[in-house]
Design a binder for this molecule. Sequence first.
Ligand code: ATP
Ligand code: MG
Length: 691
Amino acid sequence: SDADPHAYLTRLNPEQRAAVEHGVGVGAGAVPGPLLVIAGAGSGKTNVLAHRVAHLVARGADPGHILLLTFSRRAADEMARRVERIVRQVAAGRPQLAGAELAWAGTFHSIGARLLREYAPRIGLDPAFTIHDREDSADLMNLVRHELGLADTGKRFPRKQTCLAIYSAAVNTLAPLADVLAQRYPWCADFEDELKRLFRAYVEAKQAQHVLDYDDLLLYWSHMVEAPALAAEIGARFRHVLVDEYQDTNALQASIVRALKPDGAGVTVVGDDAQSIYAFRGATVRNILDFPGQFAPPARIVTLERNYRSTQPILAAANGVIARATEGYVKALWSERESAERPQLVSVRDEADQAAFVVEQVLARRETGIALKQQAVLFRAAHHSAAMEIELVRRNIPFVKFGGLKFLEAAHVKDVLAVLRWIENPRDRVAGFRMLQLMSGVGPKTAAQVLDQVASVQDVAMALREARVPAAAAPAWQDFLALVEALHGREVPWPAEFETIAGWYGAHLERLYEDAAVREGDLAQLAQIARTYPSRQRFLTELTLDPPDATSDEAGVPLRDEDYLILSTIHSAKGQEWKAVTLLNAVDGCIPSDLATGTPQEIEEERRLLYVAMTRAKDHLQIVVPQRFYVTQQTGYGDRHVYAGRTRFIPPGMAALFDSRAWPEAPAAPAASPPPPEVVEVLSKMKAMWN
Ligand code: ATP
Ligand code: MG
């Protein structure tokens, strides 16, 4: 009953409850041994994690000592809300629990950034470091590449994104460069020595400029917790460390968890090996499989087999896909949720028809009371939703897209952020380059000279005043100096600073972009977001680590209160669930992706992706198979239509698990006009013979 403060435990099944209660004593003293929950989709792993955190708090643990690592900020927020809800029930009559807040819930990267800000001076880092997103990192890699003369050797040296990907793979897998090249980038193996030189210079450049890239947030964190002096201090700060989606962590992340808690005390990880979908980014399913054996005594293992999310027919189809995997996943999932509705395999002519079909279905379901927010349209690659987005805009149906181009990746938004980042850290060269070249008359050469000067002095404003710029840039330069003098080294209160910069940028916007009016709207939205942060630093850090998603609203930020359809890549849909799920482009070439058909391992990861997509659905699942789709060829033949076959992961042998249909339905024979009376008479006589 509601009055029972432990009602939250009785809602769990026995295995879930065992996981929630594992090693939790009364009072703050006892620390449980390591725990692994390994279980299939929708079996309540995340739910168990939330209950376990709440249970720890209810039994006296200080929420400030609990570190909860999730895959996205959205997941962390959702988890914090769930925990709070449970704790609030328990707190009735125990006022000391009220207001307990999970201060340390977030992604590995955002928690790393927070810890590094705090401990920066102790590891020789400037606490005012700025963070590069992937694009900035590639730009810096490119600068260094040119400085070393590697870009123009005439040989086919890897492009900047490839260099960054190789660097990142080596960092995150903790593997020697030679292995990374041999296994994943064999066509770059000849450049091992040059790449080493490049990466050394890249690291030096980051250090000189006080910038960190995403990988550094993990790397510095791991170095920090491996240093004996800091390890004990930071380890003691977090009595409990809990990690969701552990199957998608990489070697570096696992090493951080191990360094925080060498004996595994207080560590809980949950995951599903059948849902491992980030190997392409260095994640390794070995982390979850090897976890129990890392400790002595080994971790307790709990498995869950009951799925609470999906109807039985949906689960049967998803199980069918994963059962055909070459690797064995032992979990047998079952559900008590009966339904007469099988998942649908829908054949459509092309992507335009696919979009029209999906919109028709989405609206029909809304009529039956399923809100748009309870419906998701999933796809393998961000660009697969293009036709869909056009149709939604045309029909005026609001949507939010997860996993696509982010609001912050738009050039004009990046311009303003570059100015802010440069004010924060004038050594950040990528930001400086971008900012200075906004001014007409300032090219890369001038920018480089100015930045060299700035890097070597204390008084930045002075260096800028003395900088030599081409005559053509003089008027813009005067404006810029006025801006810097108004801001640099002064205590301008935060949102006001943003307004000042946006005001300065407005004049350039008009000149730089034809659609300045639309972009001004974006900047107004950005100002709105800026006002919700207490400081420039927090604003920059959090936006860089978790940019807002794109929406149908031209302003680009989620429409909080409205009803909107969810569009998402499968990767970004991980861990979530909706009443109705539609998967687009279930054809070979999209899933498995053309870009991933290299190795059997890659193909298997694509199969698991399909499994993840299907297991997001609670009640309704539609898988759409266009007979042909449009591909952009990189080969110089231009765009073309390709006739596609249904994804190999749903072979004909699985047909019985689905309801197959075509849309539009085969046109009915034209309505016949009524037959003449004499014919009717003959026909009825023919039938009457048999009366
Ligand atoms: P995924 O592998 O997709 O991340 P998961 O194992 O984390 O899934 P959850 O998201 O925690 O699963 O739970 C799936 C659904 O089942 C949620 O709606 C959750 O509220 C519900 N659920 C979990 N456990 C129970 C339970 N004991 N009783 C009722 N509902 C439950
Ligand atoms: Mg989950």
